[in-house]
Design a protein around this ligand. Structure first.
Ligand SMILES: Nc1ncnc2c1ncn2[C@@H]1O[C@H](COP(=O)(O)OP(=O)(O)O)[C@@H](O)[C@H]1O
Ligand SMILES: [Mg+2]
Ligand SMILES: [Zn+2]
Length: 399
């Protein structure tokens, strides 16, 4: 794992970002365990990569075994807490990577191991990562253990693919969802970490990294690592982030929007060609385009535009969004992008698209665009029909 991701691995439940619901529920479980002296013995953390499952499993293990625990706030000083600082350093916390331990023999070993009493702690805790990778035999063995776990044993399972975990297992564990981390929270954490690392990350840079991380904090930190490593100053600009991420340069992005507005299909094709020479990431490009149009739609709604205008923007956005999956899955993403952009550029009366080029655009104060907006208001019914037809047409031919 990248240096920053390791260095900033959460050590307490409160350090986790964006997982409030699961974190709160786990904290309550720990408190109740202390009061009642008993605890459920099997948990399953499910969610996409880099959202905090392994970190939380380790935090739970520490919290369960702390001398003053079980507690949501382990002391950090007792022999158990100190041992859990180094991975593999704790005799009573056993981490198993299911991907590399899925044989029949491994299942048998595990069954024998589980009978072992804790060396010096309250519980012997088994963290089984990527549990969906276990073999059929290993799942059977695990099921037996979950049915009658020795009283000193706790299982914490984690998976990125909960659908591949058998229902029999799922019905015996408490399941905690780990959700995708929202962009603003990743953004905030990137800012916090770069300040600690004495790097200045412009706001646009951290936002861009957050947006391209697909809700994974680990992916965001790995990207930041790479960018810092390749930078020779302590100030990280948006352009250098774009370069590293294979994201379309801002100027080209603007030019593409401009060509869309002017229905300049020829130039659009030239620009897309140039991008393919640069080897940019098409998915990232598409996401940015979607975000641009989304912002435009929001600003229309905020400024109380007519329903027709709002609908028009929503429909363009709909076309863009509906193609994302095709682009991801196609072996010819560029072709899909070209067809879609050509279609949009030919949609009637795209004048208000100019707004995309100017973040400070305000339909109430911009006379040039206001006039064009008016035109689109008054003539909307016809255009609406045209749009409908175009949408039907594109749905039929591209999907
Ligand atoms: N929710 C989160 N809050 C803060 N940092 C996180 C979070 N999720 C992941 N990270 C960062 O990503 C790294 C990897 O997280 P990890 O817990 O191994 O994710 P997972 O097991 O879900 O793939 C951590 O060391 C940490 O730096
Ligand atoms: Mg993990
Ligand atoms: Zn402790």
């Amino acid at each position: 794992m990248s240096t920053l991701a390791l260095k900033y691995r959460p050590l307490m439940l409160n350090d986790l970002v964006g997982q409030e619901v699961s974190v709160q529920a786990l904290a309550n479980i720990l408190k109740r365990a202390k009061d009642k002296g008993s605890i459920h013995q099997a948990y399953l953390f499910a969610g996409l990569r880099g959202t905090g499952k392994t970190s939380t499993a380790r935090i739970m293990a520490k919290a369960l075994n702390c001398d003053i625990g079980p507690t949501p706030n382990p002391c950090g000083e007792c022999p158990s807490c100190l041992a859990s600082l180094s991975p593999d350093g704790h005799l009573d916390i056993v981490e198993i990577d299911a991907a590399s331990r899925s044989s029949v023999e491994d299942a048998r070993n595990l069954r024998e191991q589980v009978q072992t009493l804790p060396a010096f702690s309250r519980y012997r805790i088994y963290i089984i990562d990527e549990v969906h990778m276990l073999s059929k035999q290993a799942f059977d063995a695990l099921l037996k253990m979950l049915e009658e776990p020795p009283s000193h044993t706790i299982f914490i399972l984690a998976t990125t693919e909960i659908d591949r975990v058998p229902d029999t297992i799922k019905s015996r564990v408490q399941i905690f969802p780990f959700r995708l981390i929202p962009v603003p929270l990743i953004d905030e954490r990137l800012q916090l970490i770069s300040t600690k690392e004495l790097f200045r990350l412009t706001h646009d840079s951290s936002r861009l990294i957050a947006e391209t991380s697909d809700g994974s904090m680990r992916d965001a930190l790995t990207t930041l690592d790479r960018i810092i490593a390749s930078s020779n100053t302590t100030e990280i600009s948006e352009e250098s982030v774009r370069l590293q991420l294979g994201v379309v340069p801002k100027a080209t992005m603007l030019e593409i929007s401009e060509s869309l507005i002017r229905s300049d299909t020829k130039h659009l094709i030239i620009l897309i060609d140039a991008l393919s020479q640069l080897g940019i990431d098409w998915i990232v490009f598409w996401k940015e385009l979607v975000v641009n149009f989304q912002n435009r739609l929001y600003s229309e709604i905020k400024s109380d535009a007519t329903p027709q205008v709002i609908l028009k923007w929503a429909r363009i956005l709909q076309i863009l969004v509906s193609r994302e999956r095709d682009i991801k899955e196609s072996s010819l993403p560029k072709v899909i992008i070209e067809i879609t952009l050509i279609t949009i550029s030919k949609l009637p009366n795209l004048a208000p698209l100019e707004a995309l080029l100017s973040p400070s655009f305000n339909p109430q104060t911009s006379p040039d665009v206001r006039d064009k907006t008016k035109v689109s208001h008054t003539t909307m019914p016809d255009h609406d029909k045209g749009l409908d037809q175009l949408l039907k047409m594109t749905d039929g031919t591209i999907k």
